[in-house]
Design a binder for this molecule. Structure first.
Ligand SMILES: NC(=O)c1ccc[n+]([C@@H]2O[C@H](COP(=O)([O-])OP(=O)(O)OC[C@H]3O[C@@H](n4cnc5c(N)ncnc54)[C@H](OP(=O)(O)O)[C@@H]3O)[C@@H](O)[C@H]2O)c1
Length: 118
C-alpha cells in the first residue's frame, strides 16, 4: 500500500459577503460605520441597513448614500433607536422583510468604558 499524502488546498485570504443577504450596521452613519459599509460593499454585500437616530445630516452622508445607490447597492437608513427593545425588534422585523439577516455589526458606543468600571 502506498503512503497517503495530505491534500493541499489554497487558503482563501479574503472575506466575502453575500449579496442576497442583509447586513445591519448599528451606527452605520458614523465615521467608523461609513468605512465599514464601504468595506462590506467592496466585498460583495448589496443590502445594508445603517442606523442613526437622526438620519443623514451632512453632505457627506448624502453623497455616500447617493453614490452607493448609483453603484447598485440597496442601502437603507433606519432611524430606530437600538437601545429601546421594541425599536430594536422593529429594526430586525423591517430587515427580514427585505432579506434574511446574515450579520449585525455594532460600531457605536456612548460613554467611557473605563469610567463605567470606576
Ligand atoms: N472613528 C474612528 O476612527 C474610531 C476608531 C476607533 C474606535 N472608534 C470607536 O467606534 C465607535 C464609533 O465611532 P464613530 O466615530 O463612528 O462614532 P460616531 O461618528 O459618533 O457614530 C455613531 C453613529 O451611531 C449612531 N447611533 C448612536 N446611538 C444610536 C442608537 N441608540 N441607535 C441607533 N444609532 C445610534 C449615531 O447616529 P445618531 O446620533 O443620529 O443616532 C452615529 O451615526 C465609538 O465607540 C468610537 O470610540 C472610532
Amino acid at each position: 500500500m502506498g503512503q497517503v499524502l495530505p491534500t493541499m488546498k489554497p487558503i482563501i485570504h479574503r472575506t466575502y459577503f453575500r449579496n442576497e443577504l442583509m447586513y445591519i450596521i448599528v451606527g452605520g452613519l458614523g465615521g467608523l460605520g461609513l468605512e465599514l459599509t464601504r468595506w462590506l460593499l467592496g466585498r460583495g454585500a448589496d443590502r445594508i441597513i445603517l442606523t442613526s437616530r437622526t438620519g443623514p445630516k451632512t453632505p457627506y452622508h448624502h453623497w455616500c448614500l447617493r453614490r452607493w445607490k448609483e453603484q447598485g447597492a440597496d442601502d437603507q437608513v433606519s432611524t430606530l433607536n437600538v437601545t429601546d427593545r421594541a425599536q430594536a425588534e422593529q429594526l430586525l422585523h423591517d430587515a427580514v422583510l427585505s432579506a434574511p439577516v446574515k450579520g449585525i455589526f455594532n460600531v457605536t458606543m456612548v460613554g467611557n468604558l473605563f469610567a463605567a468600571s470606576e
